[in-house]
Every structure is written in C-alpha cells, then in structure tokens.
Design a protein around this ligand. Structure first.
Ligand code: HEC
Length: 206
C-alpha cells in the first residue's frame, strides 16, 4: 500500500470517529482538579436554592400550617429556581429531581438518572452519600456541566412525603388535588430523597 492510500484511509477513520462523537452525547466524570470553578459555582448555587426553600418552608409551616404550605411549595419552588438562574452568570438551569417525584417537571433526564443511580449504588454499598457529583457533557458539539448535591429527608418533611397512612388526610387530599400523579410519598427520616441538579457552562480557570 502506498503512502497516499494510507493517508486517505487514516482520514476516513478520523472523520468517521469524529462523526460518531458528534452524533452521540458524551458524558465524562471530570477530575475535581479540572473542574474547580464548576464545583465552586455549583455548590454555591445549590446551597442558595436549598437554603431559600428551607427557610420559606419553615416560615410558612409556622405561620399558616402544613396544608397551606403545600400551595406555597407549589408556587415558590419554580420561582426560586428561576431567580437563581437569573442571578448567576454561567448557570443555565437548576432543579430538584428524584426517581419518585411530586411535580412532573422534576422528572429526571438521562444525565440526572445516571447521577441518581450513582447515589443509589453508594447507598446499596452502605457508603456515605458523596457530597457532590459532577458530569462534563458534550451534546451537539456544546460542552456543559451538571453539578449535583444530594437531598436528605428530615422529620418535618415526612408530614408531606412520609408513609401515606401517617400523613394527615387533609394534607394528603390537598397534595392529590394539586398533584394527581404524585409518587413522592413513602419516605423515612434520613432517606435519600433526590438531587439538586445545576446545569452550568464551563468556568474560566483561575
Ligand atoms: C407542606 C408539605 C411539604 C413539606 C413539609 C415538604 N415538602 Fe417537599 N414538596 C412539597 C410539594 C407540594 C412539592 C412540589 C413542589 C413543586 O410543585 O415544585 C414538593 C417537592 C419536593 C421536591 C422536588 C421533587 C419532587 O418530588 O417534585 C423535593 C426534593 C422535596 N420536596 C424535598 C423535601 C424535603 C427534603 C423536605 C423537608 C425539609 C420537604 N420536601 C418538605 C410539599 C412538601
């Protein structure tokens, strides 16, 4: 085979490989040292959303009780998420997600499913929940990151997410009115509930 032919074959191989990479999304788990900026921003943003939701939840329960707080969660959860996205440059989306959701908008996409499975595996192996998980995703030639932090159930959460037989009938009625397809009950204290999922652009190295 002459050199020219070899060159052409190599070129065809290169083009085919590149084409496959573009067609298929690629997800890698970056070394934390190579994603310092993304981890820092993801952590800050996830903490802010979790803090705001918790404060609103507790204040509302204090002020107007559990049944009325269901409406508050329903109205404010998406508003807070939107506010965080607008506040931080480089953050393109934030949501809470789980395998069993109350709001259908929180249903996991394929990357989030992978992250949830990662956490479920850790639980099955009896390990502590990792503080975070991060993915570097190439989709349609664009690079972005997904940063996740786990959400864990506490005693107060069980009023609206615990075993159905233990939930006050009035609370359950209100939940079923607003979320006819609800599957976010049956949790126990300290259960892994799901993830905060932050979508962000690549951050500059510093
Ligand atoms: C007063 C009832 C109530 C309490 C108490 C409550 N939640 Fe919720 N939770 C809701 C409602 C309602 C939604 C749906 C909100 C929406 O429409 O976005 C929800 C949604 C969620 C979601 C988003 C995923 C999904 O299922 O849609 C997570 C995660 C969550 N709750 C975790 C918690 C945790 C953790 C606690 C305790 C700190 C808690 N909740 C306490 C009512 C409650």
């Amino acid at each position: 085979m002459n050199k020219q032919k070899i060159k052409i074959i190599l070129l065809i191989v290169a083009v085919t490989v590149t084409a496959c990479e573009i067609k298929d999304d690629r997800v890698t788990i970056p070394d934390p040292k190579e994603a310092v900026g993304e981890i820092k921003l993801g952590h800050e943003v996830a903490g802010e959303l979790a803090g705001e939701l918790r404060e609103t939840l507790l204040n509302s329960i204090d002020a107007s009780g559990f049944v009325n707080t269901i409406t508050i969660c329903n109205q404010w959860a998406p508003v807070y998420a939107q506010r965080v996205v607008e506040k931080y440059d480089g953050v393109t989306a934030i949501k809470r997600t789980a395998f069993r959701v109350r709001n259908p908008a929180d249903t996991p996409d394929k990357y989030e499913k992978e992250a949830l499975l990662y956490y479920n595996e850790k639980i099955q192996m009896g390990e502590d929940l990792p503080e975070y998980y991060i993915q570097r995703i190439i989709q349609a030639k664009k690079v972005f990151y997904r940063y996740y932090e786990p959400i864990v159930m506490g005693g107060i959460c069980l009023h609206c997410h615990g075993e159905e037989k233990n939930i006050n009938p009035e609370i359950l009625k209100k939940i079923n009115q607003l979320y006819p397809a609800d599957s976010a009950t049956g949790y126990q204290d300290k259960d892994f509930r799901g993830l905060i999922s932050v979508t962000l652009d690549q951050q500059p190295e510093n």
